[in-house]
Structures are given as C-alpha cells and as structure tokens.
Design a protein around this ligand. Structure first.
Ligand code: NAD
Length: 479
C-alpha cells in the first residue's frame, strides 16, 4: 500500500494540536527530518518553510523555542560535550562541557530585541528589527556544537532560520545537536527544521550555501580561508575571523595576577579560543619576575633547547610557492600540555595546564595562531616597544589584545594603537565575554565586518514605520 507521508504528518500535527501538545501550524514536506539534510537545496527549502511558520508566531513563542535549545545545551552538556571531545579529539573535556552549558545559559536571546522611536513635531517614526530570513552559517571545529548553539539562539531570537555547514571534523556532534533541538521544538511548537544542517559538509556544500538564492545572509566563524570566501561571496556576510591575541605586561602590573590570568586564558580548552592569549611581551625590568610568577601559577617553563625541539615537531610548512607559511601541526593542535611536553623531550605531570618559555619576536609561536597550550614570552625594552610588537604580531586582524598594567596611560595608549574588537585589561581573555567580566557572550565575534560580539540584533534588518502628524501625544503636532 502506498503511504502518503505528508498526509500522515499533517494528521499527526493536527491531533497533537488538538490535545494541546503543539499549536496548529502549516506543515512542510520536510517535516520529520529534524533538520538533517545532505542536499543544500532541500536544507534551504526546509529552513524557508520553517521561517514562514516562525513568522506567524509571537515573540513569546520565539522565547520558548530558544528556551528548548538552552535547556538541551545545559541539561545534556556532559553527553554532548563528551561526544564533541571524542569526535574532534582536540581541547579539554571539562571545557567542552562547560562551553556548551555557558552558551546555553548566556547567549543573548529575545531580551536583546528592541525598537527605537523618534517622536517630534512631525509625528512618530518607529524603527523595528526584522529577520533576514534563512541565514547560512559556517562553524569551526574548535567549538562545533557550542558555536552552532550560540548562532541558533541569537538567529532565531531575531526571527530567522538557519542552514549550517559544520566543519567536517565536528559534523557528527553538530548533527546530533541539531536533531535533538529540532525534535523537541517540533514536539512542543509544531515547527520542524528551524535549524537545518548539512550532515556531510564539504567545501562544495559551503560554496553552494554562499551562492544560494534562498540564503539572505551569511555568518562564518573560522580562519582566514573561510573569512575570505565569505567576503567574496557577493552576499552580505557577518565574518567572525581569526586572531592572534597579544598580551603586554608592563612594570606596574600585579605580576601574580597577570600570571594567573595568562594561565587561565591561554590554557582554556588547550588554547583553542580565538580570543586566547597567544604571545606575551614583557617589559625587561619585570621579565624574570613574571617568569617566576608563571611557575607559581602552575605553568611549566621550557628551556631554549626544549623549545627548539618542540618547534621542529609542532610547526609545519603548508601552502605552495609564495603562499608557503608556518602552521600548527595537527599532532599538537589542541592537545594537552603533557603531550606537547613530550614533543619537547620533557615529561611533566598529566594535569599540567600550560607550557611557556622565552623566544624572540620572529619565532613561529609568536607569529602564528598556535591553538595549543604553549605560550612564548618575548622580552621588550619598555611598554612602547611591547605595544609596537603586539601590534605587529596581531597582523591587523583587529580581534583581541590584552594588557596587565596599573598605569592608565599605558592601557589607554595600547587600546588606541591596537584598535581591536576586544581589549582586556588585568584579566583572562574570557572576561571580555562576560565570564568573570561584564557584558554578554557569543562565540562568533565579527571583527572584519565590524559587528563585534554578535547578538540577535546582528541578524536583523531595520524597518521604519512612520506616522505623519499623528500619534505624538506631547504638545501640538504641526498642522
Ligand atoms: P577553519 O577556517 O579551518 O574552518 C572553519 C569553517 O570554515 C569550517 O566549517 C570549514 O569547513 C570552513 N571552511 C574552511 N575553508 C573554507 C572555504 N574556503 N570555503 C568555505 N568554507 C571553508 O577554522 P577552524 O580550525 O575550524 O577554527 C579555528 C579558526 O576559527 C581560528 O582561526 C579561530 O581564530 C577562528 N575562530 C574565530 C572566532 C571568532 O569569533 N572570530 C570564533 C572561533 C574560531
């Protein structure tokens, strides 16, 4: 017997609606897929159907939908974080778990939606923030499901739906997360495929998303290649690109506090955060004291010879001809400090969080985004030289920079010169995302395109509604 699946889904949706489990809603031929697709055209069509259904819903519904994503990220963080660790094999399990929970708890939601009003002699203009429609999102391997979770919360809060092309090495956990989010959203709200994912992502599927007519906006989170590709796509793009965050420590700093902050920020998830401390410039007069403070804070110092051996193992050359450049070796990227130490010919306790040591400015660990828990420390004459070196090492990404100082002039000067999206003073990098500092959180920090730490408003377009010569209730309007 031929079974008409769509008819059955419609009947089931109707029954659920009548028993109060889900509101009556239009269904889509993709209902029941729970967001998992192999074909970009189908994923975009399903997300478009979901967008049209979401348009019919209230802000309160959006809030409820987001609440489901938050709850799953928080309640299932151990299972999903472990899945992410087992699949990607980079970073630290405790941080994989914590990142999911934190994004579930702290990503800005519908409370960030607002309208602006201009009220004057000529009446009233109200500016509201409308969704773009279906957003194409590209996510990194360094935080596969966490980035997706944060993007989903903010984008849906803005009224959009999403098609995600995850990193191939984090696709399984991303797909499982999407399946769980959609299944529960469908059960409670009757809309499926608010988040569609390409379960077998490739560069071709990313390119197809970039040029798809049904995609209204692109949001990429990743390194230089994907940032370039998004900027060349011909579509409006929100680009959360790479960084190489430098730290300056001057002679006025509280050195123990600086050391504790550097250890905490640089070792978090084995240095995978794009905002993480990647190289440190220290004023000569306090250099040796800071190195001692780093050891007191639990980091292990490598000798010059150990650093040389480690560099031979951990830095590889990639690219051809003029494009040949240093890059972190996959054998060490995101691995534990104890694994790195073995590459340096040293044995350290397994629980060691961070390795560090003295290098010169030209050293590859200063110049590249290493994403592994070894941080180079470079001696500088004074704070001016430190800031100048920091500027050079940041390579113009304008992503993140940090200073440890009690001299307001030095802080101000560094802030002005660096011109980075995030500038942190006297704390670990994550304080800039509200973790131990003020502010809110996102794992897509859009430097190149200027949106900064993304929020639901990042993913909206302005619409103005003007009432001429009426509705201003103060005084008289112009006749
Ligand atoms: P990556 O650039 O290798 O990959 C990121 C994503 O882009 C993946 O999904 C990948 O498949 C895709 N991709 C790569 N090249 C592409 C191309 N030419 N066209 C289309 N898609 C392409 O980066 P990664 O190793 O997954 O993540 C680490 C990088 O991401 C670091 O450079 C880090 O600084 C950056 N990052 C930035 C932020 C931010 O908020 N600014 C957040 C997290 C990570």
């Amino acid at each position: 017997m031929q079974i008409n699946e769509e008819l059955i889904r419609n009947v089931v949706a109707e029954v659920l609606a009548q028993v109060g489990r889900a509101p009556v809603t239009a269904t889509s031929r993709f209902t029941g897929r729970h967001g998992v697709f192999t074909c970009v055209d189908e994923a975009v069509a399903a997300a478009r159907d979901a967008f049209e259904q979401l348009q019919e819903r209230t802000l309160e519904d959006r809030k409820g939908i987001i609440e489901i994503i938050r709850r799953i990220a928080i309640d299932q963080c151990v299972e999903l974080g472990t899945m992410e660790m087992n699949e990607t094999k980079i970073g630290r399990l405790e941080h994989k778990i914590e990142k999911l929970k934190t994004l579930g708890e702290r990503t800005p939601g519908v409370e960030f939606m607002r309208s602006e009003v201009f009220s004057g002699d000529h009446g009233l203009a109200v500016i509201e923030h409308a969704p773009f429609g279906v957003i194409g999102a590209i996510t990194p391997v360094t935080h596969s499901l966490p980035t997706l979770t944060g993007n989903a919360v903010s984008m849906i809060a803005g009224g959009n739906t999403i098609v995600v092309n995850p990193h191939p090495s984090g696709k399984k956990v991303a797909t499982e997360g999407v399946r769980r989010f959609n299944r529960e959203i469908y059960r409670q709200f009757g809309i499926d495929n608010l988040i569609a994912i390409i379960a077998e992502p490739t560069l071709d599927s990313a390119a197809a998303i970039f040029k798809h007519r049904g995609i209204a906006l692109i949001c990429v989170t990743g390194g230089p290649a994907v940032a370039r590709a998004a900027l060349n796509s011909g579509k409006r793009a929100v680009v959360a690109g790479p960084g190489n965050p430098p730290v300056v420590v001057d002679e006025s700093a509280d050195l123990d506090r600086a050391a504790r902050s550097i250890v905490r920020g640089a070792s978090y998830d084995n240095n995978l955060l794009c905002i993480a401390e990647k190289e440190v410039f220290v004023v000569e007069s306090v250099f040796d004291k800071l190195m001692q403070a780093m050891e007191r804070a639990g980091a292990v110092r490598l000798t010059t010879r150990e650093i040389e051996q480690f560099t031979r193992n951990a830095i590889v050359q990639v690219g051809e001809g003029d494009h040949k450049h240093d890059a972190p070796s996959k054998d060490f990227l995101g691995k534990d400090a104890a694994v790195l130490a073995r590459g340096a010919g040293r044995v350290v306790p397994e629980q060691t969080e961070l390795l560090f040591g003295e290098t010169d400015f030209a050293h590859p660990f200063v110049q590249i985004e290493q994403m592994m828990p070894f941080v180079p420390f470079v001696r500088v004459r004074d704070v001016e030289e430190g800031i100048a070196r920091a500027k050079e090492a940041e390579h113009g990404y304008r992503h993140t920079s940090l200073i440890h100082s009690n001299n307001v002039r030095n802080m101000t000067r560094m802030g002005q010169i660096m011109d980075t999206t995030l500038f942190v003073k006297n704390g670990p990098c994550m304080a800039a995302l509200g973790l131990g500092g003020e502010g809110y959180l996102s794992f897509s920090i859009a430097g190149p395109t200027g949106e900064g730490v993304t929020t639901p408003l990042t993913f909206t377009r302005e619409r103005r509604c003007s009432m001429i010569e009426d509705l201003r209730i103060l005084g008289r309007t112009r006749a």
